[in-house]
Design a protein around this ligand. Structure first.
Ligand SMILES: *[C@@H]1O[C@H](CO)[C@@H](O)[C@H](O)[C@H]1NC(C)=O
Ligand SMILES: *[C@@H]1O[C@H](CO)[C@@H](O)[C@H](O)[C@H]1NC(C)=O
Ligand SMILES: *[C@@H]1O[C@H](CO)[C@@H](O)[C@H](O)[C@H]1NC(C)=O
Ligand SMILES: *[C@@H]1O[C@H](CO)[C@@H](O)[C@H](O)[C@H]1NC(C)=O
Ligand SMILES: *[C@@H]1O[C@H](CO)[C@@H](O)[C@H](O)[C@H]1NC(C)=O
Ligand SMILES: *[C@@H]1O[C@H](CO)[C@@H](O)[C@H](O)[C@H]1NC(C)=O
Ligand SMILES: *[C@@H]1O[C@H](CO)[C@@H](O)[C@H](O)[C@H]1NC(C)=O
Ligand SMILES: *[C@@H]1O[C@H](CO)[C@@H](O)[C@H](O)[C@H]1NC(C)=O
Length: 252
């Protein structure tokens, strides 16, 4: 199925540069602390359930990476193609409450056993990298891609490994809304230069009464295996963050 999606990539290039008119995330340091338009459970203060950072120029950050958006189940990170990014940087994207989602297709270089799975993808990336100062031309560059097929929500970093030296980029494959269109492929969207993290809260479910508690098998950032987490999701017909401690869910 996933291989089919990659085959169809040619058909959907047009969707690749997603831009949205809604206002992007930003933050500001003020005398009393930080202010931002982050929704619960995200925040910048020490007491936030999921604490992110605010840069001097008002960008929300996780480690060195800029957070583009957060949604009810994911965090989207700006992850531009960079042929000089060490594979180990992936470790920095696993935290107490978030981890690298298995919907990312990682583009790797310098692997001990390269595969040819992503020839189409690498030629697309090549076009997008433009004049970057690294050799990714043609087959000699041996770009490998890693696609997780384990069925778990998060990438197991040990399995990605394969002793790759470089983490070139990531593409989020969004297989879209099957309800809208049965014809697999036509609604596949590719989000280039983006890395998707999944998030969770730990502890007992504390959701609004019009929300479902979704159990999340998170990952321990220190390699301790699975962590039981949860997220709240408003039921059909309701909108909101779903958490009892925040705005909950409202009809409509
Ligand atoms: C951020 O995500 C929300 C929820 O999915 C969406 O409505 C909004 O358009 C997104 N904002 C940007 C700037 O992409
Ligand atoms: C925020 O910055 C602090 C101090 O530099 C760092 O220890 C922490 O890991 C950062 N948190 C995130 C989510 O990047
Ligand atoms: C690539 O990274 C190495 C080590 O981090 C650094 O020494 C080198 O200058 C970088 N090269 C480029 C082109 O950024
Ligand atoms: C790319 O792969 C080919 C065949 O597997 C190999 O001969 C070549 O050395 C590799 N090139 C690099 C730069 O790793
Ligand atoms: C990766 O490298 C280490 C040491 O260099 C080696 O022991 C291990 O077998 C390698 N793993 C793979 C998947 O090639
Ligand atoms: C989608 O597929 C299901 C079963 O294959 C079918 O019953 C349904 O009518 C299809 N929906 C659309 C919009 O084509
Ligand atoms: C979860 O609920 C149980 C039973 O009510 C309680 O004993 C436990 O301390 C709670 N755990 C947390 C982390 O709040
Ligand atoms: C979470 O892990 C448990 C136990 O390993 C498993 O039974 C369950 O299906 C997993 N849930 C999801 C959503 O992956």
């Amino acid at each position: 199925m996933i291989h089919l999606i990659f085959f169809l990539i040619f058909l959907v290039i047009v969707t690749s540069s997603v831009s949205s008119s809604s206002s992007p995330l930003s933050c500001k340091q003020e005398s009393g602390g930080f202010s931002s338009n982050l929704p619960y459970p995200f925040g910048l203060g020490e007491k936030s359930e999921i604490k992110l950072n605010c840069s001097k120029i008002g960008e929300i950050k996780i480690g060195e990476f800029v957070v583009k958006n957060v949604t009810s189940n994911k965090i989207l990170i700006h992850f531009p193609a960079n042929c000089n990014r060490s594979f180990d940087k992936l470790n920095n994207l696993y935290g107490k409450n978030f981890g690298v989602s298995s919907r990312n297709s990682l583009l790797l270089q310098g692997c001990q056993s390269p595969s040819s799975k992503c020839l189409i993808l690498s030629s697309l990336i090549e076009n997008r990298l433009g004049s970057q100062s690294c050799d990714i031309s043609g087959l000699s560059s041996n770009i490998t891609c890693y696609i997780d097929e384990s069925g778990f929500e998060f990438l197991d970093i040990e399995k990605v490994g394969n002793n790759c030296s470089t983490l070139l980029s990531s593409v989020v494959v969004d297989a879209g809304n099957k309800k809208v269109d049965n014809n697999s492929g036509t609604d596949v969207a590719l989000n280039f230069n983006t890395l998707e993290l999944g998030w969770w809260l730990v502890g007992n479910c504390s959701c609004h009464f019009n929300a479902d508690c979704v159990i999340v098998n998170g990952t321990d950032p220190h390699g301790g295996g699975m962590v039981r987490g949860y997220r709240c999701q408003c039921r059909h017909g309701f909108t909101g963050d779903g958490f009892a401690a925040a705005t909950g869910c409202r009809a409509g």
